[in-house]
Design a protein around this ligand. Sequence first.
Ligand code: NAP
Ligand code: HSE
Length: 434
Amino acid sequence: MSISTINIGICGLGTVGQGVWKHIESNRASLESRLGVTLNLARASVRDLKKKRTVRLAASKLTDDPFDVATDPDIHIVCELIGGTTLARDLTLAALAMGKTVVSANKALLCKHGPEIFAAARRHGGHFFFEASVAGGIPIIKALREGLVANRFKLIYGILNGTCNYILTRMDREGLSYPTILAEAKALGYAEADESLDVEGWDTAHKASILAFLAHGTWVPTEKMLVEGITQITQADLAFARENGFAIKLLAVISREADTGEVFVRVHPTLIPKTKVLANVNEVYNGISVTGDVVGETVYIGRGAGQDPTASAVISDIADAVILLNRGNSHLPEPVETKAPLTPLQSITGRYYLRLEVQDAPGVLAKIAGATANLDVSIASVLQRASETPGAASLILTTHKSNEKAIRATIARLKRLKSVLGEPVLIRIADFAA
Ligand code: NAP
Ligand code: HSE
């Protein structure tokens, strides 16, 4: 029996929740006519009932108990827009246990509890949608699940965090410091409530885990990934990139070995040649390159964070959920769990950029060259720059192809040299472009 009025409950009326509310209200006529139902924004939950909201709703619709919304028998679609992995998990499971459909933008939740959530949805006949969890307004989940269903994916790489891309772009263009721009990204609603998730690479890792599952049917926990953020990047690194035809981007790389079937997921700042499309994806935009064995390379670009693009993705899930509720058939191919093997971290190969603060004294360069050669890391170029520290110099090395094991051992050895001051900065050079 078809439902003529769909009741929607929104748990979390912050940046994303208010965006969803606002855009359902403003595009109501066209959405309802396309879906053939009335969309009733029935209830919403917040933490602080007194906080001023940008959307207007009757006080009777608002509660400070998200379970009131998630388990309300009249609500058909529950949107989990709170964030975090504890309360969000509990209320998602509570709604799914009642056979409801849940729409979520929560990548941390999915990365940590994905198998449990999908199993609960299957067990109780409900559904779980998560288009907004990766790359904001870009419909990348739909692209992988539906548009590219004919493919196997040897390589997916991309900029998946709007906050980091915004920070790197503004640092590069305006020479501002990273904390100043981070404060702006927070004010614009781009950053996570805990911004260390953004700048230390974990948010990108959560999203990469979701893409790896969709592409390869295997959940890669963040402990099995290489994860580095952008907090070490300084003007010295950005200047080197600019002067040598690169841009620095925080990339997620999901690769699969053709012969062994091994999957590897890594997140790290990367020097990308300016000739590549993704090197020119700036500000809050995300960009993703997906290479399928049938389609070849496809590239997706769009705003990766913020109220409006994220609301666009959540509303697309609500529309899918309405169709599912009323036509009773899922048109979404479910990823099949394959448990693909994971590539050992140590065997990943690539070229590297290494910036060292060193004593500005004779013989220092020879010692550094010796440390790298002993460990099979071959230097491709060396650049010495003045340092802000008196008596020190900034040394920028790039290497020929090496591997994680050798470069990590080299860094450990370099750190033991008296002439190396402070923490070396390592950036990978993109050599995986399809
Ligand atoms: P937000 O602005 O911090 O909003 C969170 C909402 O949840 C607020 O309404 C807050 O209530 C409510 N809330 C928080 N803790 C609560 C608790 N313990 N009990 C009850 N309610 C609670 O966060 P957001 O930026 O909208 O993000 C929401 C989700 O979307 C997160 O999973 C995030 O990762 C994801 N996401 C965000 C973006 C983005 O650009 N912002 C993009 C994609 C995905 P109060 O308003 O009363 O404090
Ligand atoms: N904090 C996230 C970002 C929000 O900056 O990309 C979008 O997922």
